[in-house]
Every structure is written in C-alpha cells, then in structure tokens.
Design a protein around this ligand. Sequence first.
Ligand code: PRP
Ligand code: URA
Length: 209
Amino acid sequence: MEGVTVVRHPLVQHKLSLMRDKERSTSNFRRLVREIAMLLAYEVTRELPMTTERIETPLEAMDAPMIEGKKLVLAPILRAGLALADGMLELIPSARVAHVGLYRDHDTLEAVEYFFKAPTDLADRLVIVTDPMLATANSAVAAIERLKARGAKDLRYVCLLAAPEGVARLRAAHPDVPIWTAAIDSHLNDKGYIVPGLGDAGDRIYGTR
Ligand code: PRP
Ligand code: URA
C-alpha cells in the first residue's frame, strides 16, 4: 500500500515474535521494544537527505557525508510510545522530544488528551510520531492533528504492530504522513485489540496489568 512500509528484516520479525509471547517477562519485553526501536529508527531515517562537510582525518582532508538539514523531533504517544522513542534516542541522541499524552477510552475507544509538551519550532523539524500499536488509529489521528496544529508539516509515523483498519484510517485522515510498521496483523477484535497482536503494549512495558 502506498505510504506504508512493513519492515521485514529478520531481526525485527524475530524480536517481534518474542514480544508476542504472553509468557515474556516485563523486563524482556521492555528490552525488546528498545531493540526493535533502534532497528526501526534505522529504516525510518534511511532516506534522510545527505550533504558533505569538509573534515580532516588523521591522514588528509576529505568531504565526509553528513545528514543535511532539518533537525529531528521524536513524538511519543504516551505511555507506550515512550519506550519506542527511548530506543530511537539511542541512535539519534540529539533529537528533541514532543510528549503527546493520550489514552484510549475503554468504552468509546476515543483518544482522550491529558498532556502535550512540544518544542516551539516544530514547523522547521521532521517529526517522527512513535507508538507501538496502531489499532483503530484514533490515538494516531488525534496526535498528528495536535502536532499539525502546533505547526508540524513534515511527519512520519512509526509503530510495531498495525491493524488493517488502523492503517486505512490513518492513511485516509493524514495521507501526507507515511507509516512504518513491523507487521500488519489480521484484524481488530470487538474490544479494539489487534489480533493476534501482543496484548496491551503499555501494560506489558510497564507491568501494570
Ligand atoms: C494504546 C497504544 C496506542 C493506542 C492504540 O495506548 O499505545 O496509543 O492504545 O489504539 P488506537 O489506535 O485504537 O487509538 P493506551 O490508550 O492503552 O494507553 P497507554 O499507552 O497509556 O497504555
Ligand atoms: N492498544 C494496545 O496496547 N493493544 C492493542 O491491541 C490495541 C490498542
């Protein structure tokens, strides 16, 4: 599907399968999120524009390739998106962070905002929204609307697992925002959970089940 990249790298797929296992411990689950986050960061930044800078190696001067232009903002959707952003920060330590606090109402599945704090210059930055789970996409659509209202113009969305319904909804609501995911599962169940999925990502990361 246009605008959707499924990262099929064997390391990503293997780690995702480990995470799906309901017997996986909280500490293992959290470590796996960080590891997959680094691999997804590698993919989502693959096409960043490059430039060269003149540097001196110990042997001679050279025009060395460097990332050009806009600085990055990671925008985790709390809580679970924070673990994904933390892993990405290991590879992109200079990125700024915009925290988008949303929870999904258990009955209506609507996204409810409880916190928002972002750098003021979002318009000048590439904003990478992170959240492990794209289910109905209510949270993703609301977070991106909020970031756009604060000036963001160049956005990407990264998750671990998506439902086909969520992918279609997010593409329809924000066709300018490409999606990276490690897998697109079968469907949503009647409670809005991704099937087969991995359960409640926030609860599994933070041990709050
Ligand atoms: C989960 C998940 C997403 C959202 C996805 O968060 O991390 O943010 O649900 O569902 P949606 O696509 O149907 O909106 P949750 O609301 O459970 O909050 P948490 O991260 O604090 O656990
Ligand atoms: N949020 C989760 O954490 N898991 C799902 O399957 C759906 C929404």
